[in-house]
Design a protein around this ligand. Structure first.
Ligand SMILES: [Zn+2]
Length: 547
């Protein structure tokens, strides 16, 4: 059913990235992994390897810089996580979010200079020690005229840790130092009365704090073929468009890998009045293709102007249960502005990862999360795109769960998605059965009055939706006789135009045998009958295993 084989998107920072990041290692300079640059000619295996140069081939100086203070050391894989502050190591409890393994990482060194500063070249060094004891020293030498500024990479010192070089792994220690480039430079500083300050952070090497867990995000893009009246459109799934989507997802989510595929187009032969109407059929399809519960199905519906009734995208907001796979679906209107749609896909994927909205003042979104820490929904910390090498200002960008733009990921959303991705990745290689494969009947009620009912193997939601709804009763009738009455859980999808009514079916109702009518009794005691034979029944076996 899948068009191309699932493809793997990882960060391969080769020469181009190394050039931009300046301080990445090159192949010939990278041989000397044990060269720690301190000139002691000792590597971990006792052989002499160090020649006093860093990974970038720069001569390593060993003269503590005078009159300059490291204010903070930032590690950034998408959003700033401070790992050093005022000379001290920042421990896990004080960190804004997690750093993950095997993901390219920008390290920035912010500093201030003392009064009477003499502009001159300063060499910053980043020394890392891996858990196997091997070390690497990176150097970045630049002219320092004043305090660092955070809005450009070259406004301070920076280094690039490259995942595929093994530089971003759990157990890695780090230390940053600032050095005078030579004795003459030091003499100049001494002559100006500059004193030794916070030239190293932390004072002793500290843990970089890389999380060891594998982290994968699995996304299945589902294009649509819309055939209705004179409309005959298929979603644009060109390489360029999909790249916009995958880059946006990868840059803004704490994952090592984004594993994605493009499904065959689903045919839609109805008028499109509500994006939410396609969610049920998509969920039923993922059920019957036995999608594993850690896959996110992201529908892409072709709409030239990029919205339906003012809605650009819609998603369910499931919990982290293994039985909640049926709810890991979203749909985005993909029109003439795929860049805009990429932001929407990221937002909807945020919902399916359990995120509620974030408030911002210019475009109020429903049920914002009151715990969001930054006023007006701004990201609050520097963002960084590990593919684009762009920086995103803390005060001018809004969290992607707001309705305001421009948007980027905040440390808040980054942190929450980390736990969700970690949980879903931990299911790899496991089976799903038992409590997570109960029979659930779902009715999707779209704003245009259309309904779609299907059954899935799964479980009822493990947590309340931020867009909760009043429970409704479901009655099962056979030949005019009421056989069973079931309570339901009601979730309203994020645009408030589509409601999902979910109930667990007893074994006796598994195939709805003998049932001719299901009556939904809403909170106003209004009865809404549907024919039981219109329900799409799950064809999923009782146990499935991740592939
Ligand atoms: Zn939303």
């Amino acid at each position: 059913m899948f068009l191309p084989k699932p493809r793997l998107l990882t960060f391969h920072a080769l020469c181009a990235a190394a050039l931009v990041l300046g301080a990445c290692t090159s192949d010939d300079a990278g041989v000397d992994d044990a060269g720690d640059g301190d000139g002691d000619s000792e590597s971990t295996d006792g052989t002499a390897t160090s020649d006093g140069t860093g990974e970038t081939g720069e001569e390593l100086s060993e003269i503590p810089a005078l009159g300059i203070q490291i204010s903070a050391v930032e590690a950034n894989q998408g959003t700033a996580v401070f790992i050093g502050s005022e000379g001290e190591w920042v421990d896990a409890a004080a960190r804004l979010g997690p750093l993950i393994s095997n993901r390219n990482t920008l390290i920035r060194v912010h500093f201030t200079v003392d009064p009477g500063w003499v502009p001159r070249e300063i060499q910053a060094q980043l020394k890392i020690t891996r858990s196997d004891g091997t070390t690497k020293t990176f150097a970045d030498t630049r002219m320092v005229a004043a305090d660092s500024v955070p809005n450009t990479l070259t406004g301070g010192f920076y280094f690039g840790l490259v995942a595929e070089d093994g530089d971003v792994e759990a157990g890695t220690q780090f230390q940053v130092t600032l050095e005078e480039v030579d004795e003459a430079s030091r003499d100049l500083a001494v002559g100006a009365g500059l004193l030794e300050g916070t030239w190293q952070t932390p004072r002793e090497p500290g843990d970089l704090g890389i999380q060891p867990e594998p982290l994968q995000l699995k996304v299945v893009f589902v294009p649509f073929h819309h055939k209705f009246g004179s409309i005959d459109r298929i979603t644009d799934t060109s390489e360029a468009t999909i790249k916009l989507l995958t880059d946006a997802i990868y840059e803004t989510n704490p994952t090592h890998e984004l594993i994605w595929s493009v499904h065959e187009p689903m045919t839609w032969e109805y008028e499109m009045n509500s994006l939410g109407a396609v969610m049920g059929p998509m969920s039923a399809l993922r059920e019957n293709e036995q999608a594993f519960p850690n896959e996110y199905w992201a529908g892409l519906f072709p709409v030239p102007n990029g919205g339906v009734a003012g809605v650009a995208g819609i998603a369910s907001v499931p919990g982290d249960g293994k039985g909640e796979g049926a709810q890991r679906v979203s749909v985005t209107a993909l029109g003439n502005n795929p860049g805009g749609a990429a932001n929407t896909v990221v937002h909807e994927l945020g919902h399916t990862q359990g995120l509620a909205h974030v408030f911002c003042p210019f475009a109020e979104a429903a049920s914002p999360d009151p715990a969001y820490p930054y006023q007006n929904g701004v990201i609050g910390q520097w963002g960084f795109g590990i593919l684009s090498f762009q920086l995103y200002s803390p005060e001018s960008f809004y969290d992607y769960m707001t309705y305001c733009g421009p948007s980027w990921v905040s440390t808040w959303s980054w942190d929450r998605n980390f736990y969700r991705i970690r949980t879903l990745t931990s299911w790899e290689g496991m089976s799903v059965g038992g409590e997570d494969q109960k029979l659930i009947l779902i009715g999707s009620l779209a704003s245009d009055g259309s309904e779609f009912w299907w059954t899935v193997r799964g479980s009822l939601p493990t947590q309340a939706s931020p867009f909760g709804g009043t429970p409704q009763q479901l009655e099962f009738h056979a030949k005019g006789e009421l056989i069973s009455t079931r309570p339901s859980v009601v979730h309203v999808l994020n645009d408030f135009s589509t409601t999902w009514v979910m109930t667990e079916l007893p074994e006796s109702l598994e195939r709805l045998e003998g049932i001719d009518t299901i009556v939904r009794v809403d909170s106003n005691q209004q009865a809404h009958p549907i024919a039981a034979q219109s329900v799409t029944l799950s064809a999923r076996p009782l146990t499935i295993t991740a592939n």
